[in-house]
Every structure is written in structure tokens, then in C-alpha cells.
Ligand binder design. Structure first.
Ligand SMILES: [Zn+2]
Ligand SMILES: [Zn+2]
Length: 401
């Protein structure tokens, strides 16, 4: 029996009700990073019922399962993230979050549902599967380092994946469309914290103080020149100061100020340059005003860069599942994704599945309290991931059929 990707598509759509049931149940019960215990239990139970060897408690709440194909071939890592956000849901829907102050506002509930459906389908298509599939249900994607922690706990060993694939439901793109492109897709993210230490005093006696607030204001202004004066004009960098805290009363000169912000770029050399410039600028400006700046910087995620050959495999899957006319190209986006931790170690492809629907009023962006997805995207995601896994083993993904 030869592999029929149209049948894969049909089988994914046959799981539609199940996909929605999974997704809505998870949506009602959102769990924050490293706390996804209920979510992990549901995942582990389903994967066990499929007969897979399941490992739980990887990076605290992560779940890993291995499916052996019927023939020799590459080892694939399929990654699905599962955490929610500290957001109060404002949607009035039957599947509204039941937990105050927590919401699946990024679509990771849909990713888990897609992952469970993909496992169901790949077990069914095992006779066509060459190599093996490692299902990785990852905790704490939202800026908490879940991917890196899974890697530290050995998720890239025994067996070592040859390729890694992941997806994101994506609301800037209409449902039915997908983004499958090689090269940079999402930015590296960095974070900085600056504590300015001066000497406080009376608002009427500035000459007896070292004003941390004025110093911090000059640091904010100075940091703007990193983008305008230090970056190669053909590279991109965003530097945002998102927090500035200082002072407690209108007539007191503050002796302390705290700044926090983020840097985004596609190039790690640019990131390291920006970190170094930020440090010397903040320290130098503070010194000029008689104060001191304590600077801490860290890289939160490297950039998501898709491998050409892996992207070709997903593209072939997408041509069969949604048709070539529905594969769209976007400009890389400045948000970050810790899928990048896998992709800097294993070649692979992260692709986007459109989930927007103007007619249904599903138009709010990721992390918005009224974020939602068009659930019609769920079978598309499951079919795409399944087809990708089945094609990847065929001759290293090279054309053959
Ligand atoms: Zn998010
Ligand atoms: Zn996300």
C-alpha cells in the first residue's frame, strides 16, 4: 500500500470532534509554565493508550514518547508546547477559562490537541513510517526556558533526533493558509536589567544628592543610540526599555532607579554587540552623573532559523494538505520562540498554521485577553505534522513517490 497524503488529510478531519474536545477541555483548564500537571496527565494517558513508551516529569511537567516506525530511517523530534499565560480571559465562549487570571492566550491548547491527534494518526500509519518519532510535549515556552531545560534533561539523547519539527497556530494569518519558509523566521530575544544607584535626598537640595532618576533618564536616551549608531544598517535590532521605576514622592530625589527591557535580533553577533554596548553605555552614563549602574543581561532565546532541507519536507506536506496556493510567505517576526533551542542543535523547521477568521470575529492577536483560534486550523495542523513525519523518512525527504 503506497502512502496517500489525501487519506492522511481525510483521517485528520475525521478526528475533528476529538480535536475540538481536547482543545476546549485544555482551554477551560489553562496551566502556567512548569505547572502543567493536569495537561501532562491527559497527554500521558492518551499516548499510553496508543501503546507508546511514555516518559513523564521531563523538565518537571514535560512528556516524551517514542514511536518506532516499521522500517529504518531518521529520528524525528516533534515538539508541542503546552503552557498558558497569566491573562484574564475576556471571551464569552462556552469553553472560557475556568481559572481566574490564567488563559490559553497563545494557542498552546491547540498545539497539545494537534500533538495528540498527530500521535493517533502516526500510530495508524506506522507501516509507512520510516525511522522513529519522538513526541515532545514541552512545558513553559512563554519566556521560562522550558525547551532548554528539556534539553538539559536529555531530550536530545537516546535516541538523538536527526530533525526537529514544530508548529504554531498563527492569528495574523487566515485559517487555511500556512507559512513554511526556510531561513530566519523569529528573532532572538534578550533581556536586560539595570539598577541605578545614587544618593537620595530632599527635593529642594539637589546639590546634596546623586539623582538616580535623572541618571536613569539619560541612560534611556543613550540606549537609543545602540540601534541608530552601532548596528550595521543592513541588520535589524529592536531595543525596548519596558520598565522604569524610580521615586516615591513628589518632593524627594530618588537614590535608586530600575530599568528593564528587551532586545530582539536575528543575528547573535548583533545580540552580543548590543549586550556589550548596553553595559558600557549604562555604566558610563551613570559614572558621568556620579552614580553607579549594575547591569545584567541575558539571552532568553536564540533566533528560529529553518533548515532548507527540512523546510522542503514540510513544504511537500503542505502542498498535499492545503495546496500550493495556500502556502504564504511572511516577513520574519520580531517575537521569539524557544523552539529555537531545538533548532540551533538539530536542523528542522518551525511552521505557522493560520488561525484567524474575520467572519467569526477571531481577530485578536496572541496574548490578548480576547485571543481565540478558528478551530478549523486544528485538523490542518494535525494533517501537516503527520504528513511531514511520514515524508521525512522517505529518502531523507528528497522527492520520491
Ligand atoms: Zn506566546
Ligand atoms: Zn506561543
Amino acid at each position: 500500500m503506497s502512502l496517500d497524503l489525501h487519506q492522511v488529510r481525510k483521517d485528520a478531519y475525521a478526528l475533528y470532534d476529538q480535536l475540538i474536545a481536547w482543545r476546549r477541555d485544555l482551554h477551560k483548564h489553562p496551566e502556567l509554565g512548569f505547572e502543567e500537571r493536569r495537561t501532562a496527565t491527559i497527554i500521558a494517558e492518551h499516548l499510553t493508550s496508543l501503546g507508546l513508551h511514555v516518559q513523564t516529569g521531563v523538565a518537571r511537567t514535560g512528556v516524551v514518547a517514542l514511536l518506532e516506525g516499521s522500517q529504518e530511517g531518521p529520528t524525528l523530534l516533534l515538539r508541542f508546547d503546552m503552557d498558558a499565560l497569566p491573562v484574564e480571559e475576556e471571551n464569552d465562549v462556552p469553553y472560557r477559562s475556568e481559572y481566574p487570571g490564567r488563559m490559553h492566550a497563545c494557542g498552546h491548547d491547540g498545539h497539545v490537541a494537534i500533538g495528540l491527534a498527530t500521535a493517533t494518526l502516526l500510530v495508524r500509519y506506522r507501516e509507512h513510517l520510516r525511522g522513529r518519532v519522538k513526541f515532545v510535549f514541552q512545558p513553559a515556552e512563554e519566556g521560562m526556558g522550558g525547551a532548554l531545560r528539556m534539553i538539559q534533561e536529555g531530550v536530545l539523547e537516546n535516541p538523538k533526533p536527526d530533525w526537529a519539527f514544530g508548529l504554531h497556530l498563527w492569528n495574523p494569518i487566515p485559517v487555511g493558509k500556512v507559512v513554511v519558509q526556510s531561513g530566519p523566521l523569529m528573532a532572538a530575544a534578550g533581556r536586560f536589567d539595570i539598577d541605578v544607584v545614587g544618593r537620595g535626598g530632599h527635593g529642594a537640595q539637589p546639590h546634596l544628592t546623586v539623582d538616580a532618576l535623572v541618571t536613569a533618564a539619560h541612560i534611556v536616551t543613550g540606549l537609543q543610540t545602540i540601534v541608530s549608531r552601532n548596528v550595521d544598517p543592513l541588520e535589524s535590532l529592536v531595543l525596548t526599555v519596558g520598565e522604569l521605576h524610580s521615586g516615591s514622592a513628589f518632593n524627594i530625589i530618588p537614590g535608586q532607579a530600575t530599568l528593564r527591557g528587551t532586545m530582539r535580533t536575528f543575528n547573535m553577533n548583533t545580540m552580543h554587540m548590543a549586550q556589550a554596548r548596553l553595559r558600557s553605555l549604562a555604566e558610563g552614563v551613570a559614572q558621568a552623573y556620579g552614580a553607579r549602574a549594575d547591569v545584567r543581561t541575558e539571552v532568553i532565546a536564540p533566533p528560529v532559523i529553518n533548515d532548507e532541507q527540512a523546510t522542503r519536507v514540510v513544504r511537500r506536506a503542505a502542498e498535499a494538505i492545503v495546496g500550493p496556493e495556500n502556502i504564504v510567505t511572511i516577513k520574519p517576526v520580531m517575537v521569539s520562540e524557544d523552539m529555537a533551542e531545538f533548532l540551533t542543535r538539530v536542523p528542522g523547521c518551525f511552521f505557522l498554521v493560520g488561525a484567524r477568521n474575520e467572519e467569526k470575529g477571531i481577530v485578536y492577536g496572541h496574548h490578548h485577553p480576547r485571543f481565540d483560534i478558528d478551530e478549523d486550523a486544528l485538523p490542518i495542523g494535525a494533517a501537516l505534522m503527520t504528513a511531514t513525519a511520514l515524508l521525512a523518512g522517505q529518502n531523507g525527504g528528497e522527492r520520491k513517490e
